[in-house]
Design a protein around this ligand. Sequence first.
Ligand code: TA6
Length: 302
Amino acid sequence: MHDPQTLNERFGIAGKLSFREAAAGIVVAEIDNAQAVASICLQGGHVMSWRPKSQAEPVVWLSPLAKLAPSKSIRGGVPVCWPWFGPHAKESGYPGHGFARTVPWNVTATGSAESGATRIVLELEPNEQTRAMWPHESRCVIEILVGETLKISLVTDNLGEDAFVIGEALHTYFRIGDIADVRVLGLDGCAFVDKVDDGKRKTQEGAVTFDGETDRVYLDTTAECTIEDPRLKRRIRIAKDGSASTVIWTPWAEKADKMGDFGPDGWRAMVCVESANALDDVVKVPAGERHTLAVEYRAETL
Ligand code: TA6
C-alpha cells in the first residue's frame, strides 16, 4: 500500500509522522518530533535524512542531486544493501548491493516510544524479479527509531527449509564539514581489503584519514567507530551489533564526477561508514532462524 492518504489514516501520528508523495510513485514518511527530523523513502526502506534538533547540520547526508524515481537508488541517506553487498558473486547482471534498495517496502507499524522517539517499521515486498534473483523464502524488515539518536535494525528471517547466506550493509552517508579534515577512529589494528589497491589485504594503523578515493572493507570488527569533524565541531558515534564488517568509502573528486549525482563538491561533505557483513563476513542464516544487523548513531558537539 503506497497511497499517502490511506497511509496517513492508518499509520500517521498527528504532529509527528506523515506521508507524502515526493515524486511520481515515490512516497516519503516525514518525521518531526521534539528530538529530531527525518525523511524516509518507502522504496528501499531508505532513511534519506536525519537531523537531531541539537544539530544545525543533518547527520545523515543526502545529495542535492539525489533522484527519487521508481527502481532507482538514492544517492545519500542510508541505502539498504541486501541480500548481497557489492557485485553479485555469480551474476554480473544483478544489481550491485542487492535489490532491497530499489524495490517497494510496506509500512507495517508506527508508534511513539517512551523516549519521545518516533518508530516506523517497513517490510520488503518481494516480486517476480526479486524471487528470480533470490529464490529463498525470507522476510526482510527494517525498524527505524528517530530521536536524539537514530537506531536502525535490519532483520532477516529465514522462512524456508534450507539455510541461506546473506551479505548486507547499512550504507550510510554521513554529513561532514570536509573530507580532508575528518578522522575515523575505532579501526586501529583492523585488517581490511583495499578496493582501490587491487583488493590487497592490509592492516589499519591509527585513525583513518583521507587524501583521495578510499574504498575499504574492514573485516572481523565489531568496534564502534567515531567520525571526528573539527569543521562542524562534532563527533558522530556509530555503534553496531550483528555486524562484523565496516566499510569506509569516499569517491573523491574524479569518481564523484563520473557518478554524476553528488552535486558540486558534494563528495567533500560526506563520508560513508557502513555497518555491514561482507566478503569473509557474510552471514549464514539457518532455516527458521533470524539475523539482525543494528546500528545507533549519535552526534556530540566537540
Ligand atoms: O560501499 C562502497 C561501494 O561499494 C563503492 O565501491 C561504491 O560502488 C559505492 O559503494 C556506491 O555504490 P552505488 O551502487 O550506491 O553507487
